[in-house]
Design a protein around this ligand. Structure first.
Ligand SMILES: [Zn+2]
Length: 65
């Protein structure tokens, strides 16, 4: 798989894996932001407690948008 330099990079907020929207098998839109996940289990964990992962994410100074 070739990397696409103009492809926006998303970070899985649950496990921190770097994904592109094309390759992410799971995505979820919440409050107008799109979150990408490496697996259904990560999406489900985020859906169950979105605030937990969004707060942790913000501490690292990165976004998934
Ligand atoms: Zn994940």
């Amino acid at each position: 798989m070739k990397p696409h330099s103009n492809e926006p990079t998303f970070t899985d907020p649950v496990c921190g894996m770097k994904l592109s929207r094309k390759t992410a098998p799971e995505e979820l839109e919440l409050d107008g932001k799109v979150y990408c996940f490496c697996a259904k289990i990560c999406r489900e964990a985020f859906e169950a407690e979105p605030e937990k992962f969004r707060h942790r994410h913000r501490q690292h100074g990165t976004t998934c948008a």
